[in-house]
Design a protein around this ligand. Structure first.
Ligand SMILES: Cc1ncc(COP(=O)(O)O)c(C=O)c1O
Length: 426
């Protein structure tokens, strides 16, 4: 037997220190940041068999080609660690615009975008550093910042229509508030959710680039989880395909964004914005939320740092197989997105005609303020077999429900139930 790994095997067992105190009754504490942390929790149980409009998932499931690919996995593949060869290339091919311009090293693979977010904070967030973000926004950014001991500055969206607070963001990135110059450092991280979950607020890609250009010492993370539904990704712009602004508006900060872009005509799309990281996932569009796979795209050095704090096999083999099949079937995702957008229009027409207070913008979800107390309507819908998400307690949107958009038939079921639940007390 090789005993080389058992140092001091011949020495006597160490004795416990003698003390007067009783044996400890509690386990040792975790780091102070973790002891005071409120874990991110979501009502994830008991959802099967119900119409799930509560997590913005794909409501019809993945492409049959994905199902087929998973069924065809031979059992011996479970016995070996996953292999990722060719997956980054498949991600790049799916980006379609100017294929080949993004390099393989500029793509990171993660166990869902949640894992990418967690890794970003681990790699970049030190105690006392600042996270700048908006409010309300996706709930996972806050615990990730807190577990690193970071301070959080969340700038509210502007009422009445939840417009992006561009000037306030720019000011928070560019310098200290008047009279507080001493020791000021730019935020370590800026987290932009585009479109924003849950307000749907859309940010023109030029505006994202302008913010990144204004804060070269801040890592600007743009969470594009829902971009497939309403556009606005920075990637086509970085790849030289031009940005889309469906409303034809001049976007805020467009000039400085364009200036940042002028230098990207060469091979590296991140040369002019090495501090930008884009997050994408297959959860909400391709219908594989349960398999967990997401991507981070940015400068090779940033992708490298974020990948350093993830395990070598964090994405499982099922997710890899599903991702290859999903990425190869863009037509399925396009078809689903078109269905969701048609259903959204149908539902919005009903909401307008019935005078229901609502807010709709980007993404595959919208906000509705019921006339009855939100908890009662939430519960009544649940009893009718429909799950939505109450936004009770969230800044600016307290009292609303976030309703994920699915197919026209599913929205029909939702609307029929909502009309009853919001009208009948008790
Ligand atoms: C804005 C946003 N980012 C990230 C995530 C997590 O995505 P994933 O399933 O890829 O971990 C979600 C899921 O709800 C989300 O809404």
């Amino acid at each position: 037997m090789d005993r080389s790994a058992a140092p001091q095997a011949a020495s006597p067992a160490p004795r416990a220190p003698e003390t007067d105190s009783a044996p400890p009754s509690a386990p040792p504490p975790a780091r102070p940041e973790v002891e005071s942390l409120q874990a991110y929790s979501a009502p994830l149980e008991g959802r099967r068999g119900l119409l799930r409009l509560d997590f913005n998932e794909n409501t019809v499931g993945p492409s049959p080609k994905v199902v087929e690919a998973i069924r065809a996995i031979p059992a011996d593949q479970y016995a070996i660690y996953p292999e990722y060869d060719g997956l980054r290339e498949a991600v790049l091919a799916s980006l379609a615009a100017t294929p080949g311009t993004i390099a393989i090293e500029q793509v990171g693979l993660f166990n869902g975008v949640d894992a990418a977010i967690h890794a970003v904070f681990q790699a970049y967030g030190a105690p006392g550093d600042r996270l700048l973000t908006t409010s309300p926004t996706f709930g996972y950014y806050t615990p990730c910042a807190r577990m690193q001991g970071m301070a959080i500055e969340a700038i509210p969206y502007r009422l009445p229509d939840f417009a992006f607070p561009f000037e306030e963001m720019l000011a928070a990135l560019s310098g200290p508030p008047a009279g507080a110059a001493e020791g000021w450092c730019p935020p370590r991280l800026l987290l932009l959710c585009n479109p924003n979950n849950p307000t749907g607020t859309r940010l023109a890609p030029e505006t994202v680039l302008a913010l990144a250009a204004a804060a070269p010492h801040t890592l600007v993370v743009v969470d594009e989880l829902y971009e497939a539904f309403t556009g606005d990704s920075v990637l086509p712009l970085l790849l030289g395909a031009g940005g889309q602004d469906p409303e034809g508006q001049e976007s805020e900060g467009q000039e400085s964004g364009d200036a940042a872009l002028a230098a990207t005509a060469g091979a590296d799309p991140f040369a002019a914005c090495p501090n930008l990281l884009v997050l994408r996932s297959l959860s909400k569009t391709a219908g594989i939320a349960g398999l967990r796979i997401g991507f981070a795209i940015g400068a090779a050095a940033v992708v490298d740092r974020v990948s350093r704090v993830t395990g070598p096999y964090d994405i499982n083999s099922f997710a890899v197989t599903a991702a290859f099949a999903a990425l190869a079937d863009q037509a399925y995702v396009d078809g689903y997105v078109a269905e969701v957008l048609a259903a959204r229009q149908w539902l919005v027409e009903r909401l307008v005609a019935a005078g229901v207070h609502h807010h709709v913008d980007g993404g595959n979800y919208l906000l509705i303020w019921p006339k009855r107390p939100v908890a009662e309507v939430d519960q009544a819908l649940r009893e009718a077999g429909i799950l939505v998400r109450s936004m009770a307690g969230k800044p600016l949107i307290d009292g609303s429900l976030r309703v994920s958009l699915g197919t026209r038939e599913q929205m029909g079921r939702f609307w029929a139930a909502f009309e009853i639940c919001d009208a009948n007390p008790g």
